[in-house]
Design a protein around this ligand. Structure first.
Ligand SMILES: [Zn+2]
Length: 67
């Protein structure tokens, strides 16, 4: 089962409309819990307060010396 999308936010209240397409739903406002997270009851996306983890870091390409 695919994990639902996690969205990182910077506020205590988020608005979610499910995005575009089949997952769309009427816009709702969700209050983040004291733990700083809330799951949308419509589309099950998880909102988390804080910066997104740097999991997609690109390794630095080695510099090719000019020849
Ligand atoms: Zn939603």
């Amino acid at each position: 089962m695919q994990p639902f999308e996690t969205i990182y936010v910077d506020e205590n209240v988020v608005a979610c409309n499910g995005g575009v397409g089949a997952l769309g739903h009427p816009r709702v406002y969700l209050n983040l819990s004291t733990e700083g997270k809330v799951e949308c009851p419509y589309c099950s996306r998880l909102f988390v307060r804080g910066p997104a983890p740097q999991s997609q870091q690109q390794p630095q390409a080695p510099q090719t010396p000019p020849s």
